[in-house]
Design a binder for this molecule. Structure first.
Ligand SMILES: Cc1cc2nc3c(=O)[nH]c(=O)nc-3n(C[C@H](O)[C@H](O)[C@H](O)COP(=O)(O)O)c2cc1C
Length: 182
C-alpha cells in the first residue's frame, strides 16, 4: 500500500468482528510502533496487549470505575467513554499504551504518540481496523494500579477486523491549518 493511501485510508474503527488477530500480526504491528522516532531515541513507549479474559477483566474494572464516576459527576461528564468501552468490549485486542516518562519531557509523550500512529497505520496496511483511545484516562490512576505500573498512561488502541467501514470525518482544509511565511 502506498504510504499516502495508508495515511488517508486509515479510519477510526468502532465496530469489530469477533475473529481473533494472530499473535504474529499483533507483533508485526507493534514492531511498526517500535520503529517510530523518539526523543533522544528513548523508545519511551511500552505496550500491554490484552486479549480474551485479560481484556474482559480490564474492561470490567474500567466499567466499574466509569460507573462510579458517572454516579458522582453525572452521565454528561463521561462524554464518549461509555461508548468507547463498548468498542473495547467488541474488539478482540486492546493495547494499553504507556509512557516511561524517564525525564518528564513533553517530547516523551510525543514519541509515544508517534508510535501509536505507526501502529494504526500498519494495522490498516495489514487489513485491520484500529481505534486510538483517550477515554481510558477516565480510569487513569485505576489503570496504573490495576497493572502495577509506575509509567504514565498514554492511552489505548483497539485492533481487529472491521465489521463496518469507519465514517470519513470532515477534515479541515490545508488552508485552515497551515500558513506559509516568506
Ligand atoms: C489522542 C486521541 C484520542 C482519541 N480518543 C478516542 C476515544 O476515546 N474514543 C473514540 O471513539 N475515538 C477516539 N479518538 C479517535 C478520534 O475521534 C478520531 O481520530 C477522529 O474523529 C478522526 O477520525 P479518523 O480517525 O477516522 O480520521 C481519539 C483520537 C486521538 C488522536
Amino acid at each position: 500500500m502506498e504510504l499516502i493511501d495508508a495515511i488517508k485510508g486509515r479510519r477510526s474503527i468502532r465496530e469489530y468482528k469477533p475473529d481473533p488477530v494472530p499473535r504474529e500480526m499483533i507483533k508485526d504491528i507493534l514492531e511498526a510502533g517500535n520503529w517510530a522516532p523518539s526523543a533522544k531515541n528513548g523508545h519511551q513507549w511500552r505496550f500491554t496487549v490484552l486479549t480474551g479474559d485479560s481484556k474482559n477483566r480490564y474492561n470490567e474494572m474500567f466499567r466499574d470505575t466509569l460507573n462510579m464516576f458517572i454516579q458522582k459527576q453525572g452521565r454528561d461528564e463521561a462524554g464518549s467513554a461509555p461508548w468507547t468501552l463498548e468498542v473495547m468490549q467488541e474488539a478482540p485486542v486492546v493495547i494499553i499504551v504507556w509512557n516511561t516518562n524517564d525525564n518528564g519531557w513533553i517530547s516523551e509523550e510525543q514519541s509515544v504518540a508517534a508510535a501509536i500512529q505507526n501502529i494504526c497505520l500498519r494495522a490498516h496496511d495489514l487489513g485491520l481496523g484500529s481505534l486510538w483511545i483517550g477515554d481510558v484516562f477516565y480510569a487513569y490512576p485505576e489503570t496504573r494500579a490495576y497493572f502495577g505500573k509506575e509509567w504514565k498512561l498514554s492511552g489505548a488502541i483497539t485492533l481487529g477486523y472491521a465489521a463496518s467501514e469507519g465514517k470519513v470525518p470532515k477534515k479541515k482544509s490545508l488552508d485552515e491549518v497551515a500558513e506559509f511565511l516568506e
